[in-house]
Design a protein. Structure first.
Length: 134
């Protein structure tokens, strides 16, 4: 697999971060350090976990971080639903982000499936100890 920046799901997750940062500006000022902050952190967590996982040695480790990204995706979906229920955002204001979240979720599921189908290498193919930098 290439670098994480080449992954379309990472690229779309970065677009989502921008969308979330722009959308939460519409939230009331009393939510600045509460819900909007939590939404920004959840959004940032998605591409961050994809990137961190892709840099891991094994497909299993990568998949684990993709599951973390899925968790952040679900967290963010829930937060958008809360915003709508509290009338902080209209369905229309949240629609673009919700569509992006749905697409990213499908892409994460697909990538996890692909990773689980990869043949496992015998342990002698993995380094016993990670190289250290001096």
């Amino acid at each position: 697999m290439g670098k994480y920046k080449d992954l379309i799901v990472w690229q779309k997750s970065m677009d989502l971060v921008e969308e979330v940062y722009n959308t939460v500006k519409a939230l009331p000022s009393e939510e600045k350090y509460a819900l909007s902050d939590q939404m920004r952190r959840a959004a940032v967590s998605i591409p961050s976990n994809i990137a961190e996982g892709q840099e891991r040695i094994s497909a299993r480790d990568f998949a684990k971080f993709l599951y973390y990204a899925k968790g952040s995706k679900s967290e963010l979906e829930t937060q958008f639903m809360i915003c709508i229920r509290l009338n902080y955002l209209t369905q229309e204001q949240a629609e673009a982000a919700q569509n992006m979240l749905s697409e990213i979720g499908k892409m994460l599921n697909s990538l996890i499936r692909k990773l689980s189908l990869r043949p496992k290498l015998p342990s002698h193919h993995y380094p016993k100890q990670l190289p250290t930098s001096n």
